[in-house]
Write a new protein. Structure first.
Length: 424
């Protein structure tokens, strides 16, 4: 009989709609981050660094790039005969095809997978957060507290508390009260979406709540466990943790990597972040190039100037081009004599010569101001911007555009240009 003390279930099927066109053709955990990584690399690396060698990755929305990146788990040492990483998409059963309808519903549909390892504990993770965490230490806390459910928590600003599950605890960190995304939160101790369950407790709760529509941990499973008298504890985490669920938070998290004293350090030897690395030639910097306080990926050719930016692998930045406060993802080509300010440019984009992004005053976006804001210019993957185009702030471009798509070679601030056939 196969026996694992603790297995991990990694929820990676979300669309991440608040990232706009960045997730039009891929799941949020597959989005590039930090020049060479993808968001899912962080929880996967945390697992292997914590000694968790059995991980089920639950995928659903646009899984192609995510599945290709994970493969059989070689970069994270998760290519195991027993355990390792297993991609778990929705599947057709006796009652027909069933999509994952909620976080807990996704776990419920994979009870058979978990049962196969006869675990004592199940670790539930989200695939879309940036952080380093030792899950083994959390498990030790869970055991020493005689908990049935342990929720990782951290303090958040009171004004942000209503975005999270908020709890009240006693002096031993036993959870006394739990509110899922309360309108008027009574505290600021927030759930990180990381749970350790005793396997028997989890299985019983999922089966009991199976018919609940859109079965969710915060809304349904945790309240059910509390109602049944299960022992619930909060494990307080004090390190760096970032939910990169919006364009602003995604941009901020990348910029924090290049601070003089980075709040989140990618260079620690004892806790490495692993990823699937492409075979790339060395970086090239021309004699006229300038690079200050930036991350530059492998195989990138810099002929212009880069300031306070994160540049991915296989990128070309042309002569006399200036890139400031921007994120440029893998294999993007930027022409000569361009200016980019506070732009997020996705993978395999082609930007012509004499293009300016991020000019002028801020104007509210005309289609999705809740997504495209804070002055950021967002360009979706494999888009094309022709020569001589000027683009204002809070704009979004997605698709193969031509000069005819721009009035007088200009896209005003707050405007949206998504070509037919592309989806937001």
């Amino acid at each position: 009989m196969i026996k694992k003390e603790m297995i991990a279930m990694l929820l990676a099927g979300g669309q991440g709609s608040r990232l706009g066109v960045l997730t039009a053709k891929m799941a949020k955990p597959a989005v590039a981050f930090g020049g060479k990584y993808r968001i899912i690399d962080f929880p996967l690396s945390n697992c292997i660094n914590s000694g968790v060698d059995t991980v089920g990755v639950l995928t659903q929305y646009q899984p192609l790039r995510l599945n290709s990146h994970i493969g059989i788990g070689i970069p994270w040492d998760l290519d195991r005969n027993i355990g390792g990483v297993t991609v778990l998409p929705p599947y057709e059963g006796p009652r027909g095809s069933e999509w994952y309808t909620g976080t807990a519903n996704a776990i419920y549909q994979n009870l058979e997978y978990m049962e196969g390892y006869h675990p004592d504990y199940v670790l539930i993770l989200s695939g879309d957060h940036i952080y380093k965490m030792d899950y083994e230490t959390m498990l030790e806390f869970h055991k020493s507290s005689n908990a049935e459910v342990t929720i990782a928590v951290m303090q958040v600003p009171r004004e942000e508390a209503k975005r999270f599950g908020i709890m009240t605890v006693d002096e031993k960190n036993r959870i006394l009260k739990f509110e899922e995304k309360p309108e008027n939160p009574s505290g600021s101790l927030a759930s990180m979406g990381i749970y350790i369950f005793n396997w028997k407790t989890l299985k019983k709760a999922l089966i009991a709540m199976a018919d609940q529509p859109a079965l969710d941990f915060g809304k349904h499973v945790i309240p059910y466990c509390r109602k049944k008298g299960a022992s619930l504890f909060a494990y307080e985490f004090t390190g760096y943790w970032k939910d990169v669920g919006t364009l602003q938070s995604y941009w901020e998290a990348n910029m924090e990597l290049i601070d003089i004293v980075p709040e989140f350090n990618l260079y620690e030897e004892y806790w490495k972040i692993y990823t699937k690395s492409e075979i790339q030639p060395p970086q090239y910097f021309s004699p006229d190039s300038v690079v200050e306080r930036s991350i530059i990926g492998e195989g990138t050719d810099i002929y212009g100037k880069v300031y306070n930016s994160v540049v991915g692998c296989g990128v070309t930045i042309g002569r006399n081009t200036v890139v400031r406060d921007s994120i440029i993802m893998n294999r993007t080509q930027i022409g000569d004599d361009c200016e980019l300010y506070k732009a997020i440019v996705a993978e395999e984009v082609r930007i012509g010569n004499h293009v300016r992004l991020g000019v002028g005053e801020e104007t509210e976006n005309d289609t999705a101001p809740h997504i495209y804001n804070h002055g950021i210019v967002t360009v979706g993957d494999r888009s094309v911007i022709p020569n001589g185009i000027t683009v204002g702030k809070n704009t979004v471009i997605f698709g193969i555009t031509t000069g005819a798509d721009y009035e007088n070679s200009f896209l005003a601030g707050g405007k949206t240009l998504i070509k037919a056939g592309e989806r937001q």
